[in-house]
Design a protein around this ligand. Structure first.
Ligand code: SAM
Length: 309
């Protein structure tokens, strides 16, 4: 993690209290804090930074489901992007939806060139975090990736370093984001809500963390329409992966205080842009007739737009 993230990072048990760095930390040449301790001034608990990653969970964190357990394995972390991720959306959507289409969409919707803090929640190998950090351009800001799996975060940091990207990685639960309320210009969540455990609390955390005028960009999977798709999803359900119908997903988003501004569906894959419910309107970033951000390549089929809000 990098020192500039310290202005946002809070104690998991005291979300209004910023963590402070103990003396004696060890730094890398790029300024990353490689080893050290962060301390909460209220409860006095110290959290370690090792190999450049802040760990707010410690050793005794048990995964909630078999799906979560899989993500804690080093082999899964190694193969997630190398083997699965690039093909995942195409397989799930039933149409070409590779990185060439997905990643400009995410960058265009999140618009990191607005500057500020961007957080990739349940980031795995940090794909969206890297996309955002790269698309920031000259804008002032920073990117933080959060996941509860240490092997995933180690791989994420290795990928970011290999590409010369300055991204802070933090081990924490999506249900207790260790960041100040209202501080994020952008939150991204890619495919994680389906397996996150307590989804409503995780959504409430996204809402708490969004700054006024901030956007949350979410890619998720909804219930399949075909019998075969539903059977497969039913089997995954036993492992702790949940697939709601689109209306149920949207009901939960609203209940968490997130207002849907735009949504596109490709098979079971749904991209949503959300703002805080009580945020005052700030121009038309997705107005009628101008539904897609400029960054989307021309070959994105616009007829997939299911709803715009
Ligand atoms: C489907 S993968 C995420 C993929 C990634 N966002 C992407 O687009 O490539 C799900 C990730 O969520 C993480 N995860 C699941 N439940 C979590 C929770 N409650 N808190 C933090 N991370 C969680 C897992 O460790 C895993 O890395």
């Amino acid at each position: 993690m990098y020192p500039e993230s310290l202005v946002f990072l809070t104690c998991p048990d005291h979300p209004k209290v910023r963590l402070s760095l103990d003396a004696g930390a060890c730094y890398a040449v790029d300024g990353a804090i490689l080893r050290g301790w962060l301390r909460c001034a209220v409860c006095g608990v110290r959290y370690p930074i090792h190999d450049g990653i802040l760990d707010l969970l410690g050793r005794l964190t048990l995964p909630d489901s078999p799906a979560q357990l899989t993500n804690h394995m080093s082999l899964t972390a190694w193969g997630y992007e190398r083997i699965w991720r690039a093909h995942a959306l195409t397989l799930l959507a039933g149409e070409p939806l590779g990185y060439r289409r997905e990643l400009p969409l995410i960058a265009g919707l999140a618009a990191p060139d607005r500057g500020g803090l961007f957080i990739d929640v349940a980031c795995s190998n940090g794909l969206y975090a890297r996309v955002i950090e790269r698309a920031r351009g000259g804008a002032v800001g920073q990117t933080i990736g959060v996941d509860h799996s240490l092997p995933m975060l180690r791989q994420a940091r290795a990928f970011a370093l290999g590409r010369g990207l300055r991204i802070s990685y933090v081990r924490a639960k999506a249900q207790a984001l260790p960041v100040l309320a209202g501080c994020a210009a952008g939150m991204m969540m890619g495919g994680s809500l389906n397996e996150i455990g307590d989804a409503d609390t995780a959504l409430a955390e996204l809402r708490r963390t969004l700054a006024p005028g901030g956007r949350c960009v979410m890619m998720g999977l909804v219930q399949a329409r075909s019998g075969r798709g539903r059977a497969l999803q039913g089997a995954l359900g036993a492992g702790g992966v949940v697939f709601w119908p689109l209306a149920e997903l949207n009901r939960r988003l609203t209940a968490a205080g997130l207002r849907l501004r735009a949504q596109w569906q490709y098979g079971v894959v749904v991209f949503s842009v959300l703002v805080a419910y009580d945020d005052r309107p700030r121009g038309h970033f997705f107005g009628a007739g101008q539904a897609l951000p400029a960054a989307i390549p021309a070959d994105i089929p616009h007829n997939h737009a299911s709803q715009e809000f």
